[in-house]
Structure formats: structure tokens, C-alpha cells
Ligand binder design. Structure first.
Ligand code: GLY
Length: 394
């Protein structure tokens, strides 16, 4: 039995807790927003642009094609709402949005398979047991595995900017490992698991500075596996810590620990969690600036998407480690801030839930805007707060 309808549960169990929010109310508000987002997306959608991502500089809704790295999050938002409510309408909408992405299982030109397929088909499978979804997950993992280079020990992230990088691996890539772990569980074929572990181990060695901050991009020599460059793409500088990158790192090592029980991953996840919670540039409300080393720190744009990813990861980590209470407490603090000070007023912003995220500050792109992945991880965090199942079972 995989259906986990948790609407109302937190309302009963967490009411009265310090800094507590009424999850029931937040979910209802989110449902109303997403109904609006659905309507607007339906009005604009065409076969090439299927999934809402953000708002442009004029406040217009931006839809993206299935190949965009964010395409799976809208379906994921719809699945999350189905998970909260058990409402068949949300399942129907989630199925429709998920179906538009099926062709991506063959797209081997990017590493973003986990984001696209696990957040859509993966969540659908978690909630419905649909074997057609299972088959898409497995095919997608096979495609992703073609980007693995055993000499480097990693999955290649990007093919673009080949004049700059030979074999770029970005910290975000840790999220794609969840799809590989799931594929091994679903098929019994350990090769996906082995690739995920190799990628996590190599990243552990090469992607972190002695102070615990992460590099965004590590470029490898594909023939020797040696590190050639350590750069940023969306952060402030090559030696700074991009907030969402550090959030991806926390989420990635938390899921790796859940999947493997490897003590090194537990330690890394705990170290990153403490790094984030103790950082002198972490604002009092727990919503990071877009980069921890950005120059005008108290005036820099925030990144609510990083905060949502951190909260979701901390809820999971809190269930896996001894110091769980502190991590859960910080996640509660973030969620309280997001729910009370970062949500869009009802009926505005085309139906996005959260405001104040930053996509790429260096490119001056998507700065202080809603982003669909902020909404996805916000809802996932609320679900984890409420005790929903964390991953696919076989
Ligand atoms: N994975 C791309 C980003 O976090 O912006």
C-alpha cells in the first residue's frame, strides 16, 4: 500500500509547537495557487512548452519544453498535492503533466534526468504503483548511465561550453543519483547503484573545500580522471559557496546515506547541515542569500529555492541521525519563514506558491522571482514534516 494521504495529520500532531505553522492551511493555500497555475499553464501550453518554470521580467508566465531541467517539477507539485489530499483531480492532473515528459527517458544529452523523471514519474510511482511509471524510471536510469565515465568515476553533467570544460560535473548532479538507486531497487541490477556510489565518492573527494563549502563545477580530464578546473557557473566566484549548490550537496549526501548506510555520507551530510546552520551569513530567518560569499551580503537577493531544498533535506536527515532534533528544528524554522513571509498573496503571481528565489545571479537571470522547483521542494518538505514516505519502495 503506497498511498499516503497526510492532509490534516500535522495539524493534529504539531499544533501549538513554537514557531509552528498550520500545515493544513498552507496546503489549502497552495492548492488554490496551483489551481491558478494549472489554468494559466493550460491556456499557454503547446506541445513544445509544457511546464511552468517562472515569471519573466514583465511578470508573464514562462513555460518550458520537456527537455528543460525544470520540466519535472510541475508534475511533481501536482503529485505532492495528490499525496497530501488523496484528491483524484490532483492525480488526474499529475498524470497528464507527467505524460508530457515521457520522451525524456531517451534524452542522453544532459544529466538532469533525475530532476525531470524522478520528480514526476518517480513521485507518480510512489503514490500509484503504476508499472508503466516504473518502466520509465528504469529506462531513464539506463539513459543516464550512458553519461558515466569509469575513469573519472562520475556522470558528466553538461555538454555545453565545451571550449571551457572537458568533463564538467556540477554539485547539482548529486540529485540525479536518487533515480539510479531507485532503478537498482526496482530491477535488482546493481550497476545503477555502483555508478551512484562511484559518483558520490568522487564528488566527496573533489567537490569540497577544506572549509566545507562546495564548488559548483569540477572539470575532469576524461582520459585520466584528473581534476582540471574548479569553477562556478551560477555562484559569485570560483571560490565562493553558491547557496543552492550547498543545498544540493546536503540533499545529495542525505539521500546517499539513506540508500547505502555508508558512514562517510552520514558524516558529510551532517557536516554540511552544520555548515549551513552555523554560517555567519545565514540570515536570521533561515532563507540564504543566493551565495554565501556574495559581496554586499545583507543586501543580496535571497534564494527561497535553496531554503526549501535545505528544509526538505534536513527533515529527512533528522530521521537518520542522532542529532536529528536540531536539524528538524532548523527545518521547522525555514518552513515557518517560507510559509509566513515568502508566499505569494492568494491569486497572484500566476499561481506560484513561493516568491524570492534566484536562478542565476551572474547571468542576471531569474533574480528574486518564483521558481517551480522552490514550490516543489517546499511541498516535499511539508510532506516530510508530516511524515510521508521518503522514497520508492520496490
Ligand atoms: N540545477 C540547476 C540549478 O540549480 O540552477
Amino acid at each position: 500500500m503506497k498511498k499516503i494521504f497526510i492532509f490534516g495529520f500535522v495539524f493534529l500532531t504539531h499544533i501549538g509547537h513554537a514557531q509552528e505553522i498550520d500545515v493544513d492551511k498552507v496546503v489549502r493555500t497552495s492548492e488554490a495557487q496551483v489551481r491558478l497555475l494549472l489554468e494559466e499553464a493550460r491556456r499557454q501550453a503547446d506541445p513544445k512548452r509544457v511546464s511552468p518554470r517562472t515569471l519573466d521580467g514583465d511578470g508573464h508566465l514562462v513555460l518550458v519544453p520537456p527537455s528543460d531541467w525544470t520540466s519535472g517539477f510541475f508534475a511533481g507539485v501536482l503529485w505532492q498535492l495528490y499525496g497530501f489530499t488523496g484528491d483524484r483531480n490532483w492525480q488526474d492532473e499529475a498524470r497528464k503533466a507527467t505524460a508530457t515528459l515521457a520522451g525524456e527517458k531517451y534524452n542522453g544529452r544532459t544529466h538532469d534526468m533525475g530532476f525531470k523523471i524522478y520528480c514526476s514519474f518517480g513521485q507518480g510511482y510512489r503514490l500509484t504503483d503504476d508499472t508503466a511509471y516504473r518502466n520509465v524510471i528504469v529506462k531513464a536510469a539506463q539513459t543516464l548511465a550512458t553519461r558515466f565515465n569509469p575513469v573519472v568515476g562520475c556522470i558528466r553533467s553538461w555538454d555545453h561550453n565545451s571550449h571551457r570544460w572537458d568533463f564538467p560535473v556540477i554539485i547539482d548532479n548529486m540529485l540525479n543519483l536518487e533515480l539510479l538507486f531507485a532503478a537498482t531497487r526496482l530491477t535488482g541490477d546493481s550497476s545503477f547503484y555502483d555508478i551512484a556510489v562511484s559518483h558520490a565518492n568522487t564528488t566527496l573527494i573533489n567537490h569540497f573545500r577544506p572549509d566545507g563549502g562546495s564548488y559548483h563545477v569540477v572539470d575532469y580530464d576524461p582520459e585520466t580522471g584528473q581534476v582540471e578546473h574548479r569553477n562556478t557557473h551560477q555562484g559569485y566566484s570560483d571560490s565562493s559557496t553558491w547557496a543552492r549548490g550547498q543545498a544540493w550537496a546536503l540533499y545529495g549526501y542525505t539521500l546517499c546515506y539513506r540508500e547505502t548506510n555508508d558512514e562517510r555520507y552520514r558524516q558529510k551530510a551532517v557536516d554540511i547541515a552544520r555548515w549551513l546552520m552555523d554560517h555567519p551569513h545565514m540570515p536570521a530567518d533561515g532563507i540564504p542569500y543566493w551565495d554565501f560569499d556574495a559581496p554586499n551580503i545583507s543586501a543580496e537577493p535571497r534564494d527561497a529555492s535553496a531554503a526549501a531544498v535545505i528544509a526538505s533535506a534536513l527533515y529527512e536527515l533528522s530521521t537518520l541521525v542522532a542529532e536529528g532534533d536540531a536539524f528538524r528544528g532548523f527545518a521547522d524554522h525555514i518552513i515557518h519563514s517560507l510559509a509566513t513571509a515568502y508566499t505569494a498573496p492568494a491569486g497572484t503571481h500566476h499561481g506560484f506558491i513561493l516568491l524570492h528565489s534566484t536562478g542565476s545571479r551572474p547571468a542576471d537571470s531569474e533574480v528574486d522571482v518564483p521558481l517551480i522547483y522552490a514550490d516543489y521542494y517546499f511541498l516535499e518538505a511539508l510532506g516530510r514534516k508530516a511524515g510521508a514516505a521518503l522514497h520508492l519502495s520496490d
